[in-house]
Write a protein that binds this ligand. Structure first.
Ligand code: DQA
Length: 144
């Protein structure tokens, strides 16, 4: 089985330091550890960028290299048609994750372009949401 790629968008490099009252104290390293535990031996490749084009290049790479994508596009979730278009070129399962419960926050966070492609959307579970997304991708891939 090819690796599962975990893609994180802008400002998530500061996870653990940034607005901990909203996003908690766990870091992206903790996310990777949780995802590896959830993946049952499938390799996890985790990446983060503050740049839209970089995220798009990584989605294109995933077309060849990944058996699924977990994406927290952060603020680009709500703005980026380009990320949606890139995800539409990927054939495997895609899970959208938000650490916070975006639907209880500002109205501009309620719309997601990523959701138009995602096979599932998880919001408000903290970093546990990434592990749930990885488990779901493994399950979907077993059914194929
Ligand atoms: C987020 C929610 C987004 O609205 C926000 O811009 C983020 C993080 C989350 O994980 O809760 O940066 O995607």
């Amino acid at each position: 089985m090819k690796p599962i790629h975990i893609l994180n968008g802008p400002n998530l490099n500061l996870l653990g330091k940034r607005q901990p009252e909203i996003y908690g104290h766990d870091t992206l390293d903790d996310v990777a550890t949780l995802c590896r535990q959830a993946a049952g031996g499938v390799e996890i490749v985790q990446r983060q960028s503050n740049h839209e084009g970089q995220l798009i290049d990584w989605i294109h790479e995933a077309r060849q290299d990944a058996s699924g994508i977990v994406i927290n596009a952060a603020a680009y979730t709500h703005t980026s048609v380009a990320i949606l278009d890139a995800l539409n070129t990927f054939e495997g399962p895609v899970m959208e994750v938000h650490i916070s419960q975006v639907h209880r926050r500002e109205a501009f966070r309620h719309h997601s372009f990523v959701a138009q492609r995602a096979d599932g959307v998880i919001a408000g579970l903290g970093i546990e949401g990434y592990a749930a997304a990885v488990r779901r991708i493994c399950q979907l891939n077993r059914k194929d």
